[in-house]
Design a protein around this ligand. Structure first.
Ligand SMILES: [Zn+2]
Length: 253
C-alpha cells in the first residue's frame, strides 16, 4: 500500500482545481514511488529499518504535492509515519484519535523560544519521566511539515496540539538541505528534524538512515534537475547501502 504521504498527495491532487505542474516538467513523467523522473528513480534504494518511534506529519496545504517535500522520505523509512493535511478551521478526527492513543507519547517538535518554558522538553527520556508512566509508550514525533511562516501559523492556530509537550531541538548542526534555497541555513528540512528526533529517542540506525537517504534523494533530485547521470557508487549511495538493506518487497511497480 502507498505510504501516508503518498496517499495524502493523491487525495490532494484529486481535489486540485487545476493540474499541479511541478517545476522541471509535467507530473506525468514522474515516478509514483519516489516523484523523480524515471531515469533518476530511487525506489530500489528505499531502506527498511525497524523503528519503535513513529512520526506524525501535519502538512501545510500543497506541501504533499511538492516534489522536494522530505516528509515523503520519512514515510519511506519509518513504517509508522502518519500524515494529515492541516486546515485552520477543521481537524481530522483520525489525527485526534492518534494523539489520544495510549500506545504513543506524542511530542510536538517546535523551537522552545516560542513556547512557555514549563511546556518545553529537551529530550525524549526526560519528557517521559516528567509525565509519569510513559516509559513504555512509544515516542510519536509530531512535525509541522511546512515553511517556517506556515509552521508558526499552524502552531498558533491548532488548539488540539496545546496539551502536548514541546520537544525543542538544540542541535548546532547546519542543514545540508540545498533544495529550498529560500530557506535560511539554520532551518532544518523536515526529514533532518525527524532524524534528530530519532537520535534523541535512541533510534540511531533510523536517524543515520534518514540522513543518508536524504543525501541520496538530494543527489538524485539535483542530478535530475541538471540532467546529469547518476553515480550509484558515490559516497552517499555507499553510506546508505552500509546502513540499510534496500526493501524491494513493496515497490509500487
Ligand atoms: Zn521511483
Amino acid at each position: 500500500m502507498p505510504h501516508a504521504v503518498s496517499r495524502l498527495r493523491t487525495a490532494r491532487l484529486a481535489r486540485a482545481s487545476k493540474p499541479f505542474l511541478a517545476r522541471g516538467g509535467p507530473r506525468n513523467v514522474r515516478c509514483d514511488g519516489c516523484r523523480l523522473i524515471p531515469s533518476h528513480c530511487m525506489c530500489a534504494l528505499r531502506p527498511a529499518v525497524p523503528s519503535r518511534a513513529g512520526v506524525c506529519l501535519v502538512m501545510a496545504d500543497i506541501e504533499a504535492l511538492k516534489p522536494s517535500n522530505t516528509g515523503w522520505l520519512i514515510a519511506d523509512v519509518v513504517a509508522d509515519t502518519f500524515a494529515f493535511e492541516w486546515a485552520r478551521t477543521e481537524v481530522d478526527p483520525a489525527l485526534l484519535a492518534l494523539l489520544a492513543d495510549p500506545q504513543w507519547q506524542p511530542y510536538l517538535v517546535f523551537p522552545g523560544e516560542f513556547v512557555a518554558a514549563e511546556r518545553v522538553v529537551m529530550d525524549v527520556a526526560s519528557a517521559g519521566a516528567s509525565t509519569g508512566n510513559n516509559a513504555t509508550r512509544r515516542p510519536l514525533f509530531v512535525l509541522l511539515d511546512a515553511t517556517w511562516p506556515e509552521a508558526r501559523k499552524m502552531f498558533r492556530k491548532s488548539p488540539y496540539l496545546n496539551h502536548l509537550p514541546v520537544l525543542s531541538l538544540q542541535s548546532e548542526q547546519l542543514s545540508r538541505y540545498k533544495l529550498r534555497r529560500s530557506q535560511r541555513d539554520e532551518h532544518f528540512c523536515t526529514s533532518e528534524v525527524a532524524a534528530l528526533c530519532m537520535a534523541l529517542a535512541g533510534e540511531v540506525q533510523v536517524a543515520d538512515t534518514l540522513e543518508a537517504y536524504l543525501d541520496v534523494f538530494t543527489n538524485h533530485y539535483l542530478k535530475a534537475k541538471q540532467q546529469q547521470p547518476l553515480d550509484m557508487d558515490d559516497a552517499a549511495h555507499q553510506r546508505l547501502q552500509e546502513l540499510a538493506r534496500p526493501s524491494n518487497a513493496d515497490l509500487p511497480l
